[in-house]
Design a protein around this ligand. Structure first.
Ligand SMILES: [Zn+2]
Length: 172
């Protein structure tokens, strides 16, 4: 089921999410809904707070090549366990901040540990777009948005545009 995506500013996007303590069928349904919502948007990552669910769950698929097999990933209680000193800059966007993009600097590579949908502990070394995406999504679980890395003036400008967008959508 496709769920509505919250648009910034929204208090739920600024609040840390709670750890998941049981991987059950409700959680598997949530993960399936999140993947469907992400692919439909379309986007490469989505965190549970973006659909108003305050749990530490994120989904992502950064496969972009035409015709390549998709790689849907579900990360429960993800944690960065190592980050490279080397940084990289990507022009980031966010499904909760539509059509706004800005350069953000982050560690170029990270190791992340998480629980999967079978309740098993997993970890992976992410590079490139995957590394940026997983850090962006983990930030969502901590109530942090990519615009929080920007200078205040630029952040306020984007926030005002989003307030206007929300007013227009409410009227429509
Ligand atoms: Zn985002």
């Amino acid at each position: 089921m496709i769920r509505p995506i919250l648009i910034h500013p929204d208090p739920r996007l600024k609040k840390p999410a709670d750890p998941v303590d049981t991987v059950d069928d409700d959680l598997r349904t949530l993960a399936a809904d999140m993947l469907e919502t992400m692919y439909d948007a379309p986007g490469i990552g989505l965190a549970a707070p973006q659909i108003g669910v305050m749990q530490r769950v994120l989904v992502m698929d950064c496969v972009k090549e035409e015709g390549a097999e998709p790689r849907p990933m579900v990360l429960i209680n993800p944690e960065v366990t190592w980050a490279s000193d080397e940084v990289s800059i990507y022009e980031e966007g966010c499904l909760s901040i539509p059509e706004q993009y800005a350069d953000v600097e982050r560690p170029a590579e990270v190791k992340v540990a998480w629980t999967d949908l079978d309740g098993a502990e997993r970890s992976e070394h992410f590079t490139g777009l995957w590394a940026t995406c997983v850090q962006h999504e983990i930030d969502h679980l901590d109530g942090k948005l990519f615009i929080d890395y920007l200078k205040p003036l630029k952040r306020q400008m984007i926030t005002r545009k989003m307030q206007k967008l929300k007013r227009e959508r409410a009227r429509a």
